[in-house]
Design a protein around this ligand. Structure first.
Ligand code: MG
Length: 159
């Protein structure tokens, strides 16, 4: 069995007039993330990890912010496309691990639903998707609630 590993990182600014969507779930909060698509920073980091594992570039290459087709796009639709790119090359997701760095709100109650949504798109069991949430201890732009960041690692397997 062949295995490949990739990592992904993303950060988006917080703003008052947008919904907060993380891992495909709309989370009640007074602030949301700014971006060309729905700005789902966690799903973006996961997609970049999957693409990186096969040296396929990054999501900016496939879904450029200059393309109006992706304005307001549901990032789970983009994830489905990325999943298609790896599947058509004979690969599938072994597991994913990720960290969301956000000062607020508390994300822990929403993590089971995020895992369910992401795993259904990737056609794997939810226990193959790790999502952890941490604050930045009030340090830096994330600590000042100017943005939310996410890191992800993806292991791909070719049976
Ligand atoms: Mg992004």
């Amino acid at each position: 069995m062949n295995i490949r590993i990739g990592n992904g990182y993303d950060i988006h600014q917080l703003t008052t007039d947008r919904p907060l969507i993380l891992g495909g779930i709309k989370i009640p909060h007074s602030l949301g993330l700014l971006g060309h698509s729905d700005a789902d920073v966690l799903t973006h980091a996961i997609m970049d990890a999957m693409l990186g594992a096969l040296s396929l570039g990054d999501i900016g290459h496939y879904f450029p912010p200059t393309d109006s087709q992706w304005a307001g796009a549901d990032s789970l639709v983009l994830l489905d496309r990325v999943h298609g790119l790896i599947r058509e090359r004979g690969w599938q997701v072994g597991n994913i691990d990720s960290v969301v760095v956000a000062e607020r709100p508390k994300l822990k109650p929403h993590i089971p639903m995020m895992r369910d949504r992401l795993s259904s798109v990737l056609q794997i069991e939810p226990d193959r998707i790790g999502i952890k949430a941490t604050t930045n201890e009030k340090l830096g732009p994330v600590g000042r609630e100017e943005g939310i960041a996410a890191y992800a690692v993806a292991l791909l397997v070719c049976p």
